[in-house]
Design a protein around this ligand. Structure first.
Ligand code: S3P
Length: 172
């Protein structure tokens, strides 16, 4: 079984996803890390040297490469569901989990973690808040196509794991 984690930058897809994988006894993969390995450079460098289009093409390829993992939690990048037909691809091959986090929490988390994220690296605090609100508005349409949505400010990983075990016999 493949569980794909979706959500905005700074919503805890990797940190909470890793914990979820452990609780469900599944492997954990992170498509951003896989992209960096395939490209042989960091994500900021990919954006500055190759551009966002190149990144999005590679992101879609790497996503499709996750078909080889059969029992895994796979954290995607914040933009992954919003390009090409990635969201449709994900839902046809796995179960998608949208980790929803309130805008204010995302802002607090991203404020001090901007440098590794080229889309926000150069924004000041006010611009960052505007960016999050605008992008979340645009991306919500895609995130809401997820099989399940969890609000991480109200639900912890243990509860999510419990819910998934109840829903899917393969996880028991
Ligand atoms: C992006 C999110 C990043 C990374 C890239 C683009 C986005 O992943 O894929 O910088 O478009 O929101 P995280 O959500 O893991 O930060």
């Amino acid at each position: 079984m493949r569980l794909y984690i979706l959500g905005f930058m700074g919503s805890g897809k990797s940190s909470q996803g890793k914990k979820l994988a452990k609780k469900l006894d599944l492997d954990f993969y992170d498509t951003d890390k896989m992209i960096e390995q395939v490209a042989g450079m960091s994500i900021p460098k990919i954006f500055s040297e190759k551009g966002e289009h190149w990144f999005r093409d590679l992101e879609a390829d790497v996503l499709r490469g996750t078909i080889m993992y059969t029992d895994a939690v796979i954290a995607t990048g914040g933009g992954t569901p919003c390009f090409f037909n990635n969201m449709q691809w994900i839902n046809a091959r796995g179960v998608s989990l949208y980790f929803h986090v309130p805008t204010g929490h995302i802002y607090q988390r991203l404020k001090t973690r901007k440098s590794k994220r080229p889309l926000i690296a150069d924004l000041n605090d006010e611009e960052l808040m505007e960016y999050i609100e605008r992008k979340l508005g645009e991306r919500d349409y895609y995130y809401r196509k997820a099989s399940h949505t969890f609000d991480l400010s109200e639900t912890n990983v243990k509860q999510i794991a419990g819910f998934l075990k109840e829903q899917y016999d393969q996880l028991k």
